[in-house]
Ligand binder design. Structure first.
Ligand SMILES: O=c1ccn([C@@H]2O[C@H](COP(=O)(O)O)[C@@H](O)[C@H]2O)c(=O)[nH]1
Length: 274
């Protein structure tokens, strides 16, 4: 089954709320753990156990594991495996993008099922030119995996690059044109998604009808609300994964508090679906 079909079912079956598994040092300490590899493992696997059975997609942020070197990456491998065992899709937030030959190695690392880091989808950066992502696109197609391309990110610095105009078109608009082409004719949904922040002050005139999933980070901790999602995405909100990391993880280590937060968010977000 393609990633697009899997994420479509995941949203329908479990809801559109995506939990980020981001082991910030401050959160490890708030949970009563040391900011070391043992604390990382207890925190990350505890969070997965609490939320992965209840949400369609989890989104570990690779940086928080990489900061501990190879032992941290080994924890990330366990986070990916445990989340999938709990029935959640894993979107690894790793924002890769490089010249094509290097992109192929990244794609093999994250999308080839033979890799210990293989997951369902990854975030990628198109700012070396969308064509530099071709190895990711081909590898995703080969293994029924997915991509989420940075289009309009949740941080305030993004517009400097993303809203620059080239050839009479904004850079973000051009990225969506590429995604529209990649997802053409896919049913029920294409596998090539966009990252569009839940914090955008307006919809920037983006044509978000590109037949793919949208990851909306910035929901919760960064200020994005369900009303913002309705304002930004309108009728397209049905394919939006609203993502929050610290907003849920702050409630731990109590698994019931985290699980209930996932349920509440999913109930609220389901109201956006047409
Ligand atoms: O535009 C983007 C793209 C990715 N992120 C990532 O999402 C989470 C947000 O965490 P919160 O604790 O919910 O703020 C984090 O991993 C970011 O790297 C983003 O924020 N904006």
């Amino acid at each position: 089954m393609t990633f697009g079909a899997r994420v479509f079912s995941a949203i329908a079956d479990r809801g559109p709320f995506c939990v980020g598994i981001d082991p910030h040092g401050a959160l490890l300490r708030a949970w009563g753990y040391d900011d070391d590899v043992a604390g990382l493992e207890r925190f990350a696997l505890g969070a997965v156990e609490a939320v992965a059975p209840y949400c369609g997609v989890v989104k570990p942020q690779s940086a928080f594991y990489e900061r501990f070197g190879s032992r941290g990456v080994a924890v990330l491998e366990r986070v990916i495996a445990s989340s999938r065992e709990a029935g959640a899709l894993v979107l690894l937030d790793v924002k890769r993008g490089d010249i094509g030959s290097t992109s192929q190695a990244y794609a093999d690392a994250y999308l080839d099922p033979a890799s210990p880091l293989a997951c369902d989808a990854v975030t990628v950066s198109p700012y070396l030119g969308f064509g530099s992502l071709t190895p990711f696109v081909d590898t995703a197609r080969k293994h029924d995996a997915g991509l989420f391309v940075l289009v309009a990110t949740s941080n305030k610095e993004g517009p400097e690059v993303q809203e620059a105009v080239a050839g009479g078109r904004s850079v973000s608009g051009t990225m969506l044109d590429h995604l529209r082409r990649l997802n053409a004719d896919a049913v029920p949904l294409g596998s090539f998604g966009a990252v569009v922040g839940a914090t955008l002050e307006d919809d920037r005139g983006l044509d978000l009808a590109f037949n793919g999933p949208i990851l909306a980070p910035g929901y919760g901790e960064q200020g994005g609300t369900t009303a913002d999602l309705r304002r930004i995405f309108g009728a397209g909100a049905g394919n939006v994964l609203a993502s929050s990391s610290r907003g849920v993880l702050r409630l731990g280590p109590d698994p019931v508090a985290m699980r209930d937060a996932v349920r509440r968010a999913n109930d609220e977000l389901r109201g956006l679906q047409g």
